[in-house]
Ligand binder design. Structure first.
Ligand code: ADP
Ligand code: NA
Length: 329
């Protein structure tokens, strides 16, 4: 079985975007791959954060994953900072990666914003840590969105240079698993920006923990246009917000956008939004209930994560020790 690595930052409550674009795909992958799933708190501190809430958000993210079906007994589910192999390998990779390679990363430019001189150095070397996350397990498959492809190419460059510099075909090459339809959920206020848990300006995002009334309100307020739903995909051209809502409906009901249009063609968005709210509420309700049940016993969630960290260390420790030997430590 091929080994998969995937991570998610505890930088806020997971959104509908995280769920449809990532978390939901993690579950069936456990049937076909050996899966290593990580709440990446080392990554979360590369941007402004609050120490008091970081631990809470880390536990909440783990509970959300479990509630979505990421069963700790069927995968390795743990918190990044609990397994020291990540930081150790990342340091070696900081020395292997070239500054020129990092300078080409578009996500740093996006996240650092205008005041680049004032961004944390951790944000700059973030892709090296991501390479270490994957390669510490010799994982070969990584489910990613389009936006992460560049980081995977960098991880492969690092692996190759490490192998070349230290004289052994030690690290494998990594292949992305690109997710299918509606892999990208956009903001409900602006169809050109992605919905993000870590964007403080986007209060319109749908959180996995939103109750039925909140979901209804956010969907009702979602930006759309006055045109009814078209019968063909071409009719959504240039209508980013309309396209996004149709994409969300398609994704959550496991259909193609075309099938959604076939059912709802001619409806105004008032009617369509009602149908979308019903589907979202009935889909997310059981997840929220399970999340509340898990978080009622935080010690049990933490204990599960500690067990996960032991399983993760058992895999990563010999690999990273070997890498350290190759470097000469
Ligand atoms: P965020 O931007 O919400 O903080 P992360 O950077 O922690 O998200 O990404 C976690 C996972 O969720 C990644 O696999 C990413 O591709 C996916 N993801 C994040 N936002 C979206 C979105 N709007 N639509 C689809 N997938 C998303
Ligand atoms: Na993010």
């Amino acid at each position: 079985m091929q080994r998969v690595f995937s991570g998610i930052q505890p930088s806020g409550i997971p959104t509908l975007g995280n769920y449809l674009g990532a978390i939901r795909h993690w579950v069936p992958m456990m049937n076909t791959h050996e899966c290593i799933y990580c709440v990446v708190d080392l990554h979360a501190i590369t941007q402004p954060f609050d120490p008091a809430t970081l631990a809470v958000q880390t536990r909440e993210m783990a509970a959300a994953l479990m509630a979505c079906g990421v069963a700790p007994e069927r995968c390795v589910l743990f918190v990044q900072s609990h397994v020291h192999a990540h930081a150790r390998l990342a340091w070696i990779f900081n020395c292997v990666a070239r500054i020129g390679w990092l300078n080409r990363m578009t996500q740093f430019k996006d996240k650092a914003g205008k005041d680049r001189e004032n961004a944390g150095a951790g944000l700059y070397v973030y892709p090296n840590l991501m390479a270490a996350d994957i390669l510490a397990y010799h994982a070969t498959r990584v489910p990613v969105g389009e936006d992460q492809k560049q980081h995977l190419e960098l991880a492969n460059d690092i692996a190759q240079k490490f192998n070349h510099d230290f004289g052994e075909e030690f690290f494998p090459s990594i292949e992305p698993i690109i997710q299918g339809v509606a892999a990208r959920v956009m903001s409900l206020r602006d169809g050109t920006k992605k919905m993000s848990k870590s964007d403080p300006s986007d209060q319109a995002r749908i959180n996995l923990t939103d109750d039925a009334d909140t979901i209804a309100l956010k969907i009702r307020r979602a930006k759309t246009d006055a045109e009814p739903l078209p019968s063909e995909l071409a009719g959504l051209e240039g209508r980013a917000e309309a396209k996004n809502l149709v994409g969300i409906m398609a994704s959550i009901t496991d259909r193609q956008p075309q099938e959604v249009l076939r059912e709802h063609a001619g409806q105004g968005f008032g009617t369509f939004k009602g149908a979308l709210t019903d589907v979202l509420v009935s889909h997310l309700g059981p997840i929220q209930q399970e999340m509340r049940r898990l978080l009622a016993d935080p010690a049990a969630v933490d204990a599960g994560l500690r067990l996960g960290a032991e399983k993760a260390s058992a895999i990563a420790e010999p690999i990273v020790c070997r890498a350290e030997k190759l470097v000469g430590f």
